[in-house]
Design a protein around this ligand. Structure first.
Ligand code: RP5
Length: 167
């Protein structure tokens, strides 16, 4: 699993299996775009639960500020991660083969009161990366400026779509 080594990791990216990596790499790429280092790991809530406890319980001490966790099917990884840390956890429902990710979405989003997970759309790890950056930007003026520029570019691209409409 690739991990960006430049600088201390502020964002932890967890996934239940290496089959989730093509989706989760998009979150890592978004963070890299904002020059934020991530630490990416495969840890499974079901296959390696003790590793998950160790990872999540020590995450804040290791310097992580946000955790993005993606899982598919009976997707308990984000929720169990949130149970072991006070860091904000963003859940990414991975698109599953049998139920197209609806199973993952419902598993992740229906957290009990007291243990929130900020759930993005099915496969929407780009938004997970952006939300992580927005959380970090609350106390980082460089990131606030970078996000403002990102939104200006987004608006420019959106307005430019008008020229694609048939007259
Ligand atoms: C989940 O089961 C993983 O997050 C993955 O989305 C799914 C399938 O895992 P593999 O069979 O590819 O290891 O735990």
């Amino acid at each position: 699993m690739k991990t960006r080594k430049s600088g201390k990791a502020l964002v932890g990216i967890l996934m239940g299996s290496d089959s989730d990596w093509p989706t989760m790499k998009i979150a890592l790429d978004v963070c890299a775009q904002f020059r934020i280092t991530c630490d990416a790991k495969v840890i499974s809530a079901h296959r390696t639960p003790r590793d998950l406890e160790q990872y999540a319980a020590g995450a804040a001490k290791r310097g992580l500020r946000v955790i993005i966790a993606g899982a598919g099917g009976a997707a308990h990884l984000p929720g169990v991660t949130a149970a072991f840390t006070t860091l904000p956890v963003i859940g990414v429902p991975i698109e599953s083969k049998s139920l197209k990710g609806l199973d993952s979405l419902l598993s992740i989003v229906q957290m009990p009161p007291g243990v929130p997970v900020a759930t993005v759309g099915i496969g929407a790890s780009k938004n997970a990366g952006l939300l992580a950056i927005q959380i970090l930007a609350v106390s980082d003026t460089r990131l606030q400026k970078a996000l403002t520029n990102f939104k200006l570019k987004l608006a420019k691209e959106s307005r430019a779509k008008n020229k694609n409409l048939a007259k």
